[in-house]
Design a binder for this molecule. Structure first.
Ligand SMILES: Cc1cc2nc3c(=O)[nH]c(=O)nc-3n(C[C@H](O)[C@H](O)[C@H](O)COP(=O)(O)OP(=O)(O)OC[C@H]3O[C@@H](n4cnc5c(N)ncnc54)[C@H](O)[C@@H]3O)c2cc1C
Length: 285
């Protein structure tokens, strides 16, 4: 196995262009599992841990550009005010060791429907920045993930960063698993309120082949919420929101859960997180 460890982004892109099959590795918390279980035997591994350019984040005109190599631990510590939904999701990932190594770039690279970083990115209309020696392109995260563990990255590309608006209102993330820590989601839900636009972003994880935006539920609740008077949400509206989120799911039954339980859980998570986020919005008056 050839192992490349460039110390600049330009060099990394050149190596990727020269070895299209090279497997990038950053935290290694997915790649090393595949290697250890012999699921993958790459001829070339491209280690990006020495590339400082992807370990930075910055704010540009109210939007954040977060390098693909920023770890969950840093998102929790440095971006909890700017990206509260993603920070909440990051707290649910693995263990402290996994959060110290694992990155959102790696979560995007793996593109699992259970990836915890993905629902918050979907709920805030994030974009993935892909780069190659030919240039840079930005792809909405909803188009980047194309199927279970499949994404729209070309063989000569690497994930440079993701771009996401700074939170404009309360955000939530909630996850159900078979225990409280070190668990892959049975079902997860990310929610972002955008009070200035009167919009709601709602995304399910682990409930379909890819994370899925619950568009009908979003439209329904946008018509219900009283953004100016901040009235409490009626119980019947919470129920309907939960039902519509459940309808957006197309889950499977597997070792972790039955499809029926996932649909039920989706509705419960949706109702709860909406109530928490709306109560926070009412209190912030
Ligand atoms: C014990 C354990 C618990 C876990 N718990 C969770 C959990 O609770 N929630 C969860 O979502 N995940 C969990 N995971 C999975 C994993 O930690 C995450 O998916 C993590 O985000 C991967 O990041 P990484 O930097 O380690 O990626 P890596 O393993 O380095 O890479 C993952 C994939 O992305 C590609 N890749 C990485 N960076 C780039 C880049 N810049 N450009 C192009 N491709 C790239 C790699 O080639 C590979 O295909 C767990 C893993 C373990 C081992």
């Amino acid at each position: 196995m050839e192992f490349y460890s460039p110390d600049s982004w330009c060099e990394a892109l050149e190596i990727k262009a020269g070895y299209l099959d090279a497997v990038p590795i950053v935290g290694g918390t997915d790649v090393m599992v595949d290697l250890n279980f012999d699921r993958e035997r790459p001829d070339v591994v491209l280690d990006l841990t020495r590339v400082l350019e992807i370990q930075e984040w910055e704010e540009e005109n109210g939007r954040l550009r977060v390098g693909a190599g920023v770890t969950y631990t840093r998102i929790i510590a440095e971006l909890r005010d700017e990206l509260p939904g993603l920070a909440m999701a990051s707290r649910t990932v693995g263990s402290p060791q996994i959060r110290n190594r694992g990155t959102v770039g790696g979560n995007l690279g793996t593109a699992s429907p259970a990836g915890d970083a993905l629902p918050p990115l979907y709920a805030s209309d994030a974009e993935v920045e892909l780069a190659s020696t030919g240039g840079t392109r930005h792809v909405p995260v909803t188009e980047f993930v194309t199927g279970p563990k499949r994404n729209a990255m070309r063989p000569d590309e690497l994930i440079a960063a993701f771009r996401i608006p700074r939170a404009e209102g309360p955000q939530q993330y909630s996850k159900i698993g078979t225990r409280n820590a070190m668990v892959i989601a049975v079902c997860a839900f990310g929610l972002a309120l955008h009070p200035e636009q009167g919009k709601v972003g709602a995304c399910l994880g682990s409930a379909a082949p890819t994370p899925v935006r619950a568009r009908e539920a979003e439209e329904f609740i946008e018509g219900v919420l009283e953004w100016d008077s901040r009235d409490e949400i009626r119980e019947s509206a919470l129920e309907r929101f939960g039902e519509l989120v459940g309808e957006a799911a197309s889950p499977i039954s597997d070792v972790r859960s039955t499809a029926a339980y996932r649909t039920h859980a989706a509705g419960v998570l949706a109702r709860r997180t909406l109530k928490w986020a709306w109560d926070e919005y009412r209190r912030s008056e």
